[in-house]
Design a protein around this ligand. Structure first.
Ligand code: PXP
Length: 239
């Protein structure tokens, strides 16, 4: 089972000051030292966090799987074909959303998605579709020629108790369907240190893609050292 770490939120922090730190590529390197099997970045149309320079740097320095999340637009397909990430995950994109809110509407966007997959495959890039936990959406993903799917675990992550069990059952069914029809199956969104086990134990799963919870925890587990280093510097200066 692989773990792909999404470093978008490192860029979000940088963009809060429109400055130069922290660098997503440095976070990616450290995540790899920590055992990340892949790095994910989402290049959004509005470049609100990850930008084209980040993609260049990450492409140059990341030795593990580079997963580029993007919308199936002409601009993004052109960029991906030039930069050649190992994997493209096609996601829906709305300007005002805080994060990717749901899976791709593969039923209605069948033609666009199929054409995008064809173009990306011609450039030698594997394509994954981020879809809701629906057996029908898995079938459509296979029909349009995807190599793999990433099952949206957001509803599972947001629920508790019986409702969460129901959502888990939907995720399990979608993953089973994917492996039955010959698609590699991944899962992601909203996974954290408390809810990941329920998903990680699903049979047939290739990988998990996790961002927010890992970056959030890294702020907390790293803050003691960061403060100590700043205090050391201050005390050294006034001695
Ligand atoms: N997978 C996809 C397709 C996503 O869009 C995101 C969010 O950027 C993730 C996984 C990671 O979600 P989270 O940040 O909630 O772990």
């Amino acid at each position: 089972m692989i773990l792909g770490v999404n470093v978008d939120h490192v860029a979000t922090l940088r963009q809060a000051r429109l400055g130069i730190e922290p660098e997503p590529v440095m976070a990616a390197s450290l995540a790899i030292l920590g055992g990340a099997d892949g790095i994910t970045i989402h290049l959004r149309e509005d470049r609100r966090h990850i930008n084209d320079r980040d993609l260049d740097l990450v492409r140059a320095f990341v030795p593990v799987e580079l997963n580029l999340e993007m919308a199936a637009t002409k601009e993004m397909i052109k960029i991906a074909s030039r930069k050649r990430p190992d994997l493209v995950t096609l996601v829906p994109e709305k300007r005002k959303e805080l994060t990717t809110e749901g899976g791709l509407d593969v039923r209605n966007a069948r033609k666009t998605v199929k054409e995008a997959i064809k173009a990306l495959s011609n450039s030698g890039i594997m394509v994954s579709l981020f879809i809701n936990p629906s057996v029908e959406d898995v079938e459509i993903s296979r029909e349009v020629g995807a190599d793999m799917v990433e099952i949206h675990t957001g509803c599972y992550a947001n629920e508790k108790g019986g409702k969460q069990e129901k959502e888990l059952a939907r995720v399990i069914m979608a993953i089973k369907k994917a492996t039955d029809v010959g698609l590699m199956a991944n899962a992601g969104h909203g996974l954290n240190y408390y809810n990941v086990s329920g998903i990680a134990e699903i049979e047939g799963l290739r990988g998990l893609y996790i961002g927010h919870s890992i970056i959030s925890r890294s702020v907390l587990v790293g803050i003691e050292r960061a403060v100590r280093e700043m205090k050391d510097l201050i005390w050294k200066s006034i001695r």
